[in-house]
Design a protein around this ligand. Sequence first.
Ligand SMILES: NC(=O)c1ccc[n+]([C@@H]2O[C@H](COP(=O)([O-])OP(=O)(O)OC[C@H]3O[C@@H](n4cnc5c(N)ncnc54)[C@H](OP(=O)(O)O)[C@@H]3O)[C@@H](O)[C@H]2O)c1
Length: 318
Amino acid sequence: MDPRTVLITGCSSGIGLALAVKLAQDEQQRFKVIATMRNLAKREALEEAAGDALNRSLEIKELDVRSEQSIRDCVDSIPERHIDILINNAGVGLIGPIECQSIEDMQGVFETNFYGVVRMIKEVLPDMKRRRSGHILVMSSVMGLQGIVFNDIYAASKFAIEGFCESLMVQALMFDIHLTLIEPGPVVTEFEMKVYEDAIRGDYSKADPETADLFTHYYLRNSKAIFSSLGQTPDEIAEHTLRVLTMETPPFRHQTNQVYTPLTALKYADPSGHLVNDVFYKIVFQHDTLMQASLRAIKLLRWKVQKVQQGAKNLGFL
Ligand SMILES: NC(=O)c1ccc[n+]([C@@H]2O[C@H](COP(=O)([O-])OP(=O)(O)OC[C@H]3O[C@@H](n4cnc5c(N)ncnc54)[C@H](OP(=O)(O)O)[C@@H]3O)[C@@H](O)[C@H]2O)c1
């Protein structure tokens, strides 16, 4: 079978980079990857990671999801504009008290995380409909299912794209097009570093002292602990995505981190919202010591599991 053409956005780092490399280096050569990034000056890391696959099964092109022209130019440069799989990965974060964020900053998040995906889908959907085949994936987040304190705008952008995809899904089915939302929990990438560094430099004078203190002391410290104990690697997300891509009937939603599944299910257990709000309030503000201890225990357990898996691999069992 001919390899399937996959276009991925945001491949200069993190999940996009890992995914582009994983698909391009597929032993069964099932994919031809068009790895895109908005700034080609950042291509070096991808070129290095791609190794032999570069310019064979992986091609790098420029694409900025905030520009319709940039998207059109990139898609037009692909023979017959033929894209079998579109992976909307590009995304930006924003954390902090909303009193301290400008409307322009908030709109910027939606321009990339929501309208960026909408622009991409608008560009490739008509071709996929004509061919009556295709698979569109969106790198959403567990924050597309459950809001998290001080991530108000980022979560809203992911909720928005989830609602968009839920609505489009039924129409896509009519044309044999698959649509999948990948929903990772925390992933250790530059994403976390970028938002964290912005947050450290932030000016919180527009927030009242109590809110500023909750964010800078409570939230930032806990967020660091959560990433270091529950965070997955970009490669793990790439592995999950590969699995989804090769399924005969891909799921509409796929969560990559099982620890988060019960938390995202709470709101459905009690439609009034009391249960989920109560649980999050207590976890964040009342049982801080217990949460820190649990995170440390999880980190230790994951480290042990990784050691056992590595040992089994070395002995040839995996
Ligand atoms: N890290 C997490 O904890 C986590 C968890 C759940 C979901 N996600 C989602 O996973 C996706 C990838 O994030 P990541 O963790 O891999 O972060 P990352 O390392 O910061 O990668 C984000 C990528 O998006 C690109 N990008 C930003 N704006 C763009 C634009 N206008 N046009 C094209 N590309 C653009 C960035 O390019 P530049 O280098 O040019 O900025 C970068 O290549 C995002 O959608 C994010 O929301 C991340």
